[in-house]
Design a protein around this ligand. Structure first.
Ligand SMILES: Cc1cc2nc3c(=O)[nH]c(=O)nc-3n(C[C@H](O)[C@H](O)[C@H](O)COP(=O)(O)O)c2cc1C
Length: 242
């Protein structure tokens, strides 16, 4: 089957609540769609995410139960669970620095202005932003940003909860990449936030710092699997040209 174009895939994607039990999906294709997900843009290229692809029947049943056995979960053939790993920021900084150093080395641009700026970004700015102790430092960083912002433009998303939003935002972009890639193959999905996050973390064996971004059920749309026509508020209510 030829893949759909981006516009076709966007139009095809619907939240499917009932999957056809007689139609299977190829695990390798789903994995390839997860790979497409990881090409999504991410704040500071920190890639504070992981993706759990659940295909094992007993794990699937546990995930469905943690999703309150809602239809989209109960009839799912597989799950893909994007997880926010803000707690991995130090290792992601290291990976970025290693990559950038290799790039600058290969281009003979070590000690260039760009290299110094990039190194400064990952060794000073990012650690200042991400280092926190139970939200206390974030609180003071917020006050600093507010005072500095009185006289000049200032980055203000510095509190612990702001950084959570930053990490979830990037992970959700990856989730959308995944769902569009699935649609391009004629595969269906349903993003869900109706779940018990603690139970899901336990099932996946995740540490306390990990956060479930959403749970995406996967399969092929079954009869009555799409609950109705797609509803959106009028475009002119949400589109503003300035
Ligand atoms: C973050 C997020 C969480 C959602 N959670 C659920 C959910 O728990 N259960 C469900 O059936 N649908 C869930 N949905 C699907 C929405 O209800 C659906 O996207 C919306 O009704 C628009 O329909 P469409 O996706 O078919 O265009 C969720 C969607 C998003 C983006």
């Amino acid at each position: 089957m030829t893949e759909k174009t981006v516009s076709e895939a966007i139009a095809y994607r619907r939240s499917v609540r009932v999957y056809d039990p007689t139609k299977s999906i190829d695990t390798a294709v789903v994995k390839q769609c997860v790979q497409q997900a990881t090409i999504a843009p991410t704040s500071s290229n920190l890639q504070l995410w992981e993706f759990y692809h659940v295909t094992d029947p007993s794990a699937k049943a546990k995930i469905a139960e943690a999703c309150f056995n809602q239809a989209a979960a109960k009839t799912a053939l597989q799950f893909v669970i994007p997880v926010v790993r803000k707690d991995l920021w130090k290792s992601r900084v290291k990976a970025n620095l290693a990559f950038l150093n290799a790039q600058f080395e290969a281009q003979g641009k070590r000690d260039s202005k760009r290299e110094k700026m990039a190194t400064n970004y990952y060794t000073k700015i990012i650690p200042t932003l991400y280092t926190d102790y139970f939200g206390i430092l974030g609180f003071f960083k917020g006050i600093f940003a507010y005072i500095t912002g009185l006289s000049k433009p200032m980055y203000r998303q510095v509190s612990a909860s702001d950084l959570k939003v930053v990490a979830h935002k990037s992970t959700a972009l990856a989730a959308q990449n995944f769902m569009i890639s699935m649609a391009a193959h004629g595969y269906d999905t349903c993003p869900m936030e109706g779940f018990d996050s603690k139970r899901v973390k336990d099932i996946l064996g995740l540490p306390k710092g990990a956060m479930i971004n959403m749970i995406i059920s996967c399969g092929i749309r079954g009869e009555g699997g799409i609950y109705g026509p797609q509803f959106r508020v009028p475009f002119n209510d949400v589109y503003f040209e300035k």
